[in-house]
Design a protein around this ligand. Structure first.
Ligand SMILES: Cc1ncc(COP(=O)(O)O)c(C=O)c1O
Length: 455
């Protein structure tokens, strides 16, 4: 029997004031005076000021409690403020919190990661603080090992906002920020709902990958150090490619004598119902980048690879791969607690079972609602594609998406429904009763939107 989660179950929203309430409003105004622009969209739109949170429930300073299916965009694996996580960092903070000397918790953390690594060969870890930082380090590592300098990434791919990662970002986010790092090649992802070749799976025979292969060969100088890929794409809309996709990417990497870098920032640690995104197809990456729910909310990330790759120089020289905060005692305690809770409470399995339950309920939306074009998911990684028209698949207007966001907010549900690729990733501790409440709110809002959309 699965050990009972220490997080609360059957959580429900409760609104005391209109949202945002007056206390939130006042504090947001005060913050706005000193805070630079560019905060995450949903935080700006919601306008709430959070005072505390537990499990999947977030309470603001006005006493309103919201169900949270944003989950820090994949950070909130354990649920907000899991008691074991709180205890681990509190105790560690009392002992030692700064520096890169070896600590007992870091030794423990490395052992824990080794136990759950995608393959036995991936047995060396370096630690960082943000996803982008880990990705940059993985790119440097691939260059050192292969002695080559070009990289391949995918349309829709997101690997962070630092210069190397940005150059490999498959979206218009880079507009106005050029020039990019030379030798960055971006090829189509197997995004079947919006097939880059307008074909249908499986009769397409994965033609997008033939195109990718040809494009890499023709646009590169043949010096590909690595192919970086999200096994399932998060930022692009929680997209799940067909099972053939990753093995073909690996095949292309081998043909080019390049390393396969699996960016598991979002898909790692059970989010998709197995420990890793690559586990769904038994694809063996050469380098894995970790982050988000790795630290249970503490900023921890990492690069995992094999001994022979990691001793490449200069990456492997003293101070060659280090950083100020990487693997510090507090970060190590947080990540160690996070992995232990994931294992003890069998959260990977919970993600699979409750995720399938959630998905099944949402799949009915495709038939019921005129603006729901696609519903997909693996574990607690779910995407709803909202469209103006099911034939043209044109994305639902920003105005209607915003309306959905606010209608949910005003019923106590925090969502990412402000864009047409509505992404859902609650804490992996979520239970079926809480999912029922979430679905009930979504259904109420969708019924209302559908009426107007059909007019
Ligand atoms: C797949 C992936 N890689 C890297 C990153 C960058 O992580 P961070 O925001 O911690 O720099 C993200 C962030 O969303 C991500 O989704």
């Amino acid at each position: 029997m699965r050990k009972q989660s220490k997080q609360p179950t059957n959580q429900k929203p409760f609104l005391k004031t209109k949202v945002p309430g007056s206390l939130s409003h006042k504090l947001r105004e005060q913050e706005e005076i000193n805070l630079a622009p560019g905060l995450q969209n949903f935080a700006l739109m919601a306008g709430i000021v959070v005072s505390e949170a537990r499990g999947n429930l977030v309470t603001d300073v006005d006493g309103n409690s919201f169900l949270d299916i944003i989950g820090g965009i994949g950070v909130n694996g354990l649920g907000h403020s899991h008691p074991d996580f709180v205890q681990a960092i509190t105790e560690q903070a009392k002992k030692v919190s700064v520096g890169s000397f070896t600590s007992q918790v870091r030794v423990d953390l490395l052992e824990e990661v080794k136990k759950v690594a995608p393959t036995k060969d991936l047995n060396k870890l370096q630690l960082y603080s943000s996803g982008a930082e880990a990705v940059e380090s993985a790119l440097r590592l691939a260059k050192c090992y292969t002695q080559k300098s070009e990289f391949v990434s995918f349309w829709g791919g997101f690997h962070g906002k630092t210069m190397g990662a940005l150059s490999l970002m498959g979206s218009e986010f880079k507009n106005g920020l050029g020039p990019m790092v030379p030798g960055s090649h971006i090829v189509p992802y197997a995004y079947c709902y919006r097939c880059p070749l307008k074909l249908k799976y499986p009769s397409c025979g994965m033609a997008c990958m033939d195109l990718a292969r040809k494009q890499i060969k023709q646009s590169s100088t043949g010096k590909i150090a690595g192919i970086i890929v999200e096994p399932m794409q998060g930022t692009a809309g929680n997209i799940i490619p067909p099972k053939e996709f990753l093995p073909i990417v690996k095949e292309i990497a081998r043909e080019m004598d390049a390393l396969l870098i699996s960016d598991e920032m979002i898909t790692g640690f059970g989010r998709t119902g197995l420990m890793w995104g690559v586990s769904h197809t038994n694809t063996e990456p050469d380098i894995v980048t970790l982050g988000k729910q790795f630290g249970g909310g503490f900023p921890v990330s990492g690069v995992l690879s094999t001994e022979s790759i990691m001793k490449s120089l200069p990456w492997g020289n003293p101070s060659g791969s280090s950083s100020s905060y990487g693997g510090n005692p507090l970060a190590s305690a947080a990540a160690c607690a996070s992995i232990r809770v994931i294992n003890e409470e069998e959260l990977v399995n919970n993600s699979k079972i409750v995720g399938a339950y959630f998905l099944e309920k949402l799949l009915s939306f495709k038939e019921k609602f005129s603006f729901v074009g696609d519903v997909r998911g693996l574990g607690l990684f779910i995407g709803i594609e909202m469209v103006e028209n099911k034939e043209s698949c044109a994305p639902l207007s920003k105005k209607t998406c915003s309306r959905i966001f606010y209608e949910c907010l005003n019923r106590g549900l925090l969502t990412m429904a402000y864009t047409s690729c509505f992404r859902i990733q609650p804490a992996m501790t979520i239970d079926k009763l809480t999912v029922d409440t979430v679905v009930q709110i979504l259904e109420e809002v969708f019924v209302m939107i559908d009426k107007d959309h059909r007019k």
